[in-house]
Design a protein. Structure first.
Length: 326
Protein backbone atom coordinates (compact mmCIF):
# COMPACT_ATOMS: atom_id res chain seq x y z
CA UNK A 1 0.00 0.00 0.00
CA UNK A 2 1.46 3.38 -0.93
CA UNK A 3 1.95 6.30 1.47
CA UNK A 4 -1.10 8.24 0.27
CA UNK A 5 -3.38 5.24 0.84
CA UNK A 6 -1.79 4.52 4.24
CA UNK A 7 -2.46 8.11 5.27
CA UNK A 8 -6.04 7.94 3.98
CA UNK A 9 -6.65 4.68 5.85
CA UNK A 10 -5.27 6.10 9.10
CA UNK A 11 -7.45 9.18 8.78
CA UNK A 12 -10.49 7.03 8.05
CA UNK A 13 -9.88 4.99 11.21
CA UNK A 14 -9.60 8.21 13.23
CA UNK A 15 -12.98 9.42 11.97
CA UNK A 16 -15.91 8.23 9.92
CA UNK A 17 -14.51 6.46 6.88
CA UNK A 18 -15.62 8.12 3.66
CA UNK A 19 -17.38 6.04 1.07
CA UNK A 20 -15.41 6.18 -2.17
CA UNK A 21 -17.59 5.76 -5.25
CA UNK A 22 -15.48 3.87 -7.77
CA UNK A 23 -17.48 4.52 -10.89
CA UNK A 24 -18.32 8.21 -10.78
CA UNK A 25 -15.47 9.35 -12.99
CA UNK A 26 -14.17 6.37 -14.95
CA UNK A 27 -10.76 6.02 -16.57
CA UNK A 28 -8.42 9.02 -16.58
CA UNK A 29 -4.90 9.21 -18.04
CA UNK A 30 -2.49 11.80 -16.66
CA UNK A 31 1.14 12.58 -17.43
CA UNK A 32 3.97 11.57 -15.13
CA UNK A 33 6.71 13.84 -16.43
CA UNK A 34 10.39 13.71 -15.52
CA UNK A 35 10.69 16.98 -13.57
CA UNK A 36 9.96 16.92 -9.86
CA UNK A 37 7.38 19.69 -9.61
CA UNK A 38 5.23 18.04 -12.31
CA UNK A 39 5.45 14.63 -10.61
CA UNK A 40 4.34 16.11 -7.28
CA UNK A 41 1.38 17.78 -8.99
CA UNK A 42 0.50 14.45 -10.60
CA UNK A 43 0.72 12.69 -7.21
CA UNK A 44 -1.60 15.21 -5.57
CA UNK A 45 -4.05 15.28 -8.49
CA UNK A 46 -4.13 11.47 -8.66
CA UNK A 47 -4.96 11.20 -4.97
CA UNK A 48 -7.76 13.76 -5.17
CA UNK A 49 -9.24 12.29 -8.37
CA UNK A 50 -9.20 8.73 -7.05
CA UNK A 51 -10.31 9.35 -3.48
CA UNK A 52 -12.55 12.37 -4.01
CA UNK A 53 -14.06 11.80 -7.45
CA UNK A 54 -13.95 8.03 -7.93
CA UNK A 55 -11.59 8.08 -10.92
CA UNK A 56 -9.40 5.20 -12.01
CA UNK A 57 -6.16 6.98 -12.87
CA UNK A 58 -3.46 5.74 -15.22
CA UNK A 59 -0.19 7.66 -15.09
CA UNK A 60 1.64 7.93 -18.40
CA UNK A 61 5.43 8.54 -18.41
CA UNK A 62 5.98 11.52 -20.71
CA UNK A 63 7.66 14.86 -21.39
CA UNK A 64 6.68 17.98 -23.32
CA UNK A 65 7.17 16.83 -26.92
CA UNK A 66 5.97 13.23 -26.44
CA UNK A 67 2.84 14.52 -24.67
CA UNK A 68 2.04 17.02 -27.44
CA UNK A 69 2.69 14.42 -30.13
CA UNK A 70 0.40 11.93 -28.42
CA UNK A 71 -2.32 14.55 -28.04
CA UNK A 72 -2.10 15.42 -31.73
CA UNK A 73 -2.10 11.81 -32.91
CA UNK A 74 -4.21 10.00 -30.29
CA UNK A 75 -6.09 12.70 -28.32
CA UNK A 76 -4.47 11.41 -25.12
CA UNK A 77 -3.42 11.58 -22.33
CA UNK A 78 -6.47 13.26 -20.83
CA UNK A 79 -4.42 15.60 -18.62
CA UNK A 80 -0.94 17.12 -18.93
CA UNK A 81 -0.12 18.45 -15.49
CA UNK A 82 2.74 20.83 -16.23
CA UNK A 83 3.11 22.16 -19.77
CA UNK A 84 5.76 24.86 -20.18
CA UNK A 85 4.30 26.93 -23.00
CA UNK A 86 7.65 28.44 -24.03
CA UNK A 87 8.97 24.99 -24.82
CA UNK A 88 5.79 23.76 -26.50
CA UNK A 89 5.89 26.11 -29.48
CA UNK A 90 3.37 26.03 -32.30
CA UNK A 91 2.23 22.50 -31.44
CA UNK A 92 0.51 23.76 -28.28
CA UNK A 93 -1.16 26.68 -30.10
CA UNK A 94 -2.37 24.42 -32.91
CA UNK A 95 -3.87 21.91 -30.48
CA UNK A 96 -5.78 24.76 -28.83
CA UNK A 97 -6.90 26.25 -32.15
CA UNK A 98 -8.10 22.83 -33.30
CA UNK A 99 -10.09 22.37 -30.11
CA UNK A 100 -8.11 19.32 -28.99
CA UNK A 101 -7.04 20.78 -25.64
CA UNK A 102 -8.11 23.43 -23.16
CA UNK A 103 -6.09 25.30 -20.55
CA UNK A 104 -7.22 24.30 -17.09
CA UNK A 105 -5.10 26.67 -15.01
CA UNK A 106 -1.72 28.31 -14.51
CA UNK A 107 -0.39 25.49 -12.38
CA UNK A 108 2.56 27.63 -11.29
CA UNK A 109 1.94 31.25 -10.30
CA UNK A 110 3.32 33.46 -11.75
CA UNK A 111 5.15 30.82 -13.80
CA UNK A 112 8.50 29.18 -14.34
CA UNK A 113 11.93 30.69 -14.89
CA UNK A 114 14.40 29.40 -17.47
CA UNK A 115 17.84 30.94 -17.84
CA UNK A 116 21.60 30.46 -18.10
CA UNK A 117 23.51 30.58 -14.83
CA UNK A 118 26.90 30.59 -13.12
CA UNK A 119 27.53 30.09 -9.39
CA UNK A 120 27.63 33.37 -7.49
CA UNK A 121 31.09 32.57 -6.13
CA UNK A 122 32.32 32.52 -9.75
CA UNK A 123 30.49 35.78 -10.53
CA UNK A 124 32.08 37.44 -7.50
CA UNK A 125 35.56 36.30 -8.51
CA UNK A 126 35.07 37.18 -12.19
CA UNK A 127 32.28 39.79 -12.54
CA UNK A 128 32.80 39.88 -16.32
CA UNK A 129 31.17 36.44 -16.53
CA UNK A 130 27.77 37.93 -15.65
CA UNK A 131 27.29 38.70 -19.36
CA UNK A 132 27.48 36.37 -22.33
CA UNK A 133 30.09 38.60 -23.95
CA UNK A 134 32.29 38.24 -20.89
CA UNK A 135 32.02 34.47 -21.15
CA UNK A 136 32.80 34.51 -24.88
CA UNK A 137 35.87 36.61 -24.15
CA UNK A 138 37.00 34.33 -21.31
CA UNK A 139 35.74 30.81 -22.07
CA UNK A 140 38.49 29.18 -19.99
CA UNK A 141 36.96 30.71 -16.84
CA UNK A 142 33.87 28.53 -17.31
CA UNK A 143 35.92 25.50 -18.30
CA UNK A 144 35.13 25.94 -22.02
CA UNK A 145 31.91 24.08 -21.25
CA UNK A 146 28.16 24.75 -21.37
CA UNK A 147 25.87 22.35 -19.49
CA UNK A 148 22.82 21.84 -21.69
CA UNK A 149 19.56 20.21 -20.70
CA UNK A 150 18.88 16.66 -21.89
CA UNK A 151 17.78 15.70 -25.37
CA UNK A 152 14.72 13.51 -25.93
CA UNK A 153 11.67 15.61 -25.18
CA UNK A 154 13.40 18.58 -23.53
CA UNK A 155 12.91 21.41 -26.03
CA UNK A 156 15.33 23.61 -24.04
CA UNK A 157 18.13 21.47 -25.48
CA UNK A 158 17.27 22.69 -28.98
CA UNK A 159 16.70 26.28 -27.85
CA UNK A 160 20.04 26.39 -26.04
CA UNK A 161 21.95 24.95 -28.98
CA UNK A 162 20.45 27.57 -31.28
CA UNK A 163 21.36 30.39 -28.88
CA UNK A 164 24.86 28.92 -28.65
CA UNK A 165 25.12 28.90 -32.45
CA UNK A 166 23.91 32.50 -32.58
CA UNK A 167 26.69 33.54 -30.21
CA UNK A 168 29.38 31.46 -31.91
CA UNK A 169 30.19 29.05 -29.10
CA UNK A 170 32.12 26.72 -31.39
CA UNK A 171 34.30 29.57 -32.65
CA UNK A 172 34.86 30.71 -29.06
CA UNK A 173 35.93 27.20 -28.04
CA UNK A 174 32.94 26.43 -25.81
CA UNK A 175 31.60 22.87 -25.96
CA UNK A 176 27.85 22.36 -25.57
CA UNK A 177 27.30 19.19 -23.55
CA UNK A 178 23.88 17.50 -23.58
CA UNK A 179 23.20 15.74 -20.29
CA UNK A 180 21.59 12.32 -20.28
CA UNK A 181 18.81 13.37 -17.94
CA UNK A 182 17.68 15.97 -15.46
CA UNK A 183 19.44 14.05 -12.69
CA UNK A 184 22.86 14.28 -14.34
CA UNK A 185 22.39 17.99 -15.08
CA UNK A 186 21.57 18.58 -11.40
CA UNK A 187 24.46 16.39 -10.28
CA UNK A 188 26.94 18.32 -12.42
CA UNK A 189 25.85 21.61 -10.84
CA UNK A 190 25.77 20.28 -7.28
CA UNK A 191 29.18 18.65 -7.65
CA UNK A 192 30.79 21.76 -9.13
CA UNK A 193 29.20 23.97 -6.48
CA UNK A 194 30.42 21.79 -3.61
CA UNK A 195 33.97 21.87 -5.00
CA UNK A 196 33.71 25.62 -5.84
CA UNK A 197 34.59 24.83 -9.45
CA UNK A 198 33.43 26.68 -12.60
CA UNK A 199 29.98 25.80 -13.89
CA UNK A 200 28.04 27.42 -16.73
CA UNK A 201 24.73 26.17 -18.06
CA UNK A 202 20.96 26.06 -18.20
CA UNK A 203 18.66 25.53 -15.25
CA UNK A 204 15.12 26.38 -14.28
CA UNK A 205 12.85 27.16 -11.34
CA UNK A 206 11.01 25.99 -9.33
CA UNK A 207 13.60 23.43 -8.25
CA UNK A 208 14.99 22.44 -4.89
CA UNK A 209 18.52 22.83 -6.19
CA UNK A 210 18.09 26.44 -7.27
CA UNK A 211 16.44 27.18 -3.96
CA UNK A 212 19.42 25.72 -2.12
CA UNK A 213 22.30 27.17 -4.17
CA UNK A 214 23.34 30.81 -4.64
CA UNK A 215 23.37 31.27 -8.42
CA UNK A 216 23.77 34.31 -10.70
CA UNK A 217 21.83 34.63 -13.95
CA UNK A 218 23.96 35.36 -17.02
CA UNK A 219 22.71 38.24 -19.15
CA UNK A 220 22.30 36.73 -22.62
CA UNK A 221 20.42 39.69 -24.08
CA UNK A 222 16.87 40.88 -24.35
CA UNK A 223 13.85 38.74 -25.11
CA UNK A 224 13.16 38.55 -28.85
CA UNK A 225 9.90 36.65 -29.25
CA UNK A 226 10.40 36.01 -32.98
CA UNK A 227 13.92 34.73 -32.41
CA UNK A 228 12.76 32.56 -29.50
CA UNK A 229 9.98 31.04 -31.62
CA UNK A 230 12.48 30.25 -34.38
CA UNK A 231 14.91 28.73 -31.87
CA UNK A 232 12.35 26.07 -30.98
CA UNK A 233 13.21 24.31 -34.26
CA UNK A 234 16.42 22.31 -34.72
CA UNK A 235 16.29 23.23 -38.42
CA UNK A 236 16.53 27.03 -38.09
CA UNK A 237 19.31 28.11 -40.45
CA UNK A 238 20.20 31.48 -38.98
CA UNK A 239 19.42 31.47 -35.24
CA UNK A 240 19.41 34.73 -33.35
CA UNK A 241 19.99 35.23 -29.62
CA UNK A 242 17.13 35.69 -27.19
CA UNK A 243 16.64 35.25 -23.48
CA UNK A 244 13.84 32.95 -22.44
CA UNK A 245 10.53 34.83 -22.15
CA UNK A 246 8.67 34.54 -18.85
CA UNK A 247 7.43 30.96 -18.76
CA UNK A 248 3.71 30.34 -18.53
CA UNK A 249 3.12 26.88 -17.08
CA UNK A 250 -0.32 25.35 -17.57
CA UNK A 251 -2.22 22.23 -16.76
CA UNK A 252 -4.09 21.29 -19.92
CA UNK A 253 -6.77 18.70 -20.61
CA UNK A 254 -8.36 17.35 -23.74
CA UNK A 255 -11.65 18.97 -24.67
CA UNK A 256 -13.25 15.52 -24.78
CA UNK A 257 -12.24 14.89 -21.18
CA UNK A 258 -13.33 18.33 -19.94
CA UNK A 259 -16.76 17.90 -21.53
CA UNK A 260 -17.21 14.33 -20.31
CA UNK A 261 -16.07 14.97 -16.73
CA UNK A 262 -16.73 18.64 -15.94
CA UNK A 263 -16.43 18.14 -12.17
CA UNK A 264 -12.94 16.66 -12.51
CA UNK A 265 -11.98 19.34 -15.02
CA UNK A 266 -13.05 21.93 -12.44
CA UNK A 267 -10.83 20.21 -9.86
CA UNK A 268 -7.84 20.38 -12.22
CA UNK A 269 -8.56 24.05 -12.87
CA UNK A 270 -8.21 24.67 -9.11
CA UNK A 271 -4.91 22.85 -8.49
CA UNK A 272 -2.30 25.60 -8.58
CA UNK A 273 0.81 26.54 -6.60
CA UNK A 274 2.85 29.67 -6.05
CA UNK A 275 6.25 29.09 -7.67
CA UNK A 276 7.92 29.86 -4.34
CA UNK A 277 5.57 27.40 -2.61
CA UNK A 278 6.57 24.65 -5.01
CA UNK A 279 10.27 25.46 -4.56
CA UNK A 280 9.80 25.19 -0.78
CA UNK A 281 8.08 21.83 -1.19
CA UNK A 282 10.88 20.59 -3.42
CA UNK A 283 13.45 21.85 -0.92
CA UNK A 284 11.63 19.94 1.88
CA UNK A 285 11.70 16.81 -0.27
CA UNK A 286 15.41 17.22 -0.91
CA UNK A 287 16.34 18.01 2.70
CA UNK A 288 14.36 15.05 4.03
CA UNK A 289 15.48 12.64 1.29
CA UNK A 290 11.79 12.04 0.74
CA UNK A 291 10.10 10.38 -2.22
CA UNK A 292 7.80 12.36 -4.48
CA UNK A 293 4.86 10.59 -2.93
CA UNK A 294 6.04 11.53 0.57
CA UNK A 295 6.32 15.16 -0.57
CA UNK A 296 2.74 14.99 -1.82
CA UNK A 297 1.60 13.60 1.55
CA UNK A 298 3.52 16.38 3.32
CA UNK A 299 1.67 18.98 1.24
CA UNK A 300 -1.73 17.35 1.75
CA UNK A 301 -1.26 16.97 5.51
CA UNK A 302 -0.11 20.55 6.03
CA UNK A 303 -2.34 22.42 3.58
CA UNK A 304 -5.83 21.05 4.16
CA UNK A 305 -7.39 24.50 4.13
CA UNK A 306 -5.89 25.07 0.68
CA UNK A 307 -6.93 21.89 -1.08
CA UNK A 308 -10.31 21.71 0.69
CA UNK A 309 -11.32 24.64 -1.53
CA UNK A 310 -10.17 22.80 -4.66
CA UNK A 311 -12.88 20.15 -4.15
CA UNK A 312 -16.58 20.16 -4.87
CA UNK A 313 -19.03 19.40 -2.07
CA UNK A 314 -19.32 15.67 -2.81
CA UNK A 315 -15.53 15.23 -2.85
CA UNK A 316 -15.20 17.13 0.43
CA UNK A 317 -17.73 14.74 1.96
CA UNK A 318 -15.80 11.70 0.73
CA UNK A 319 -12.55 13.10 2.10
CA UNK A 320 -14.08 14.42 5.31
CA UNK A 321 -12.15 12.02 7.56
CA UNK A 322 -8.87 13.16 6.05
CA UNK A 323 -9.83 16.83 6.20
CA UNK A 324 -10.97 16.62 9.81
CA UNK A 325 -8.06 14.51 11.02
CA UNK A 326 -5.53 16.59 13.01
Amino acid sequence: MNNLKIWLSAAAIAGAAPTIAAAECGEVSITEMTFSSAIITTEIATFLMEQGYGCTVTRVPSDTIPALTSLAENNEPDIVTELWVNSAGNAYEKLKEDGVIQDMTKVLQPGGLEAWWIPTYLAEEHPELKTIQGILDNPELVGNHFNNCPTGGWVCSTINRNIARAYGFEEAGIEVFDHGGGETLAASLASAYEAKEPWFGYYWEPTALMGRLDMTMVDIGDVDLDAHAANLSPDVTNPKPSSYPPSLVYTVATTNFAEKYPDVAELMSNISFETSEMSALLAWKDANKASTEEAAVHFLMNNKDVWRDWLNEDARTKLSAVLEDR
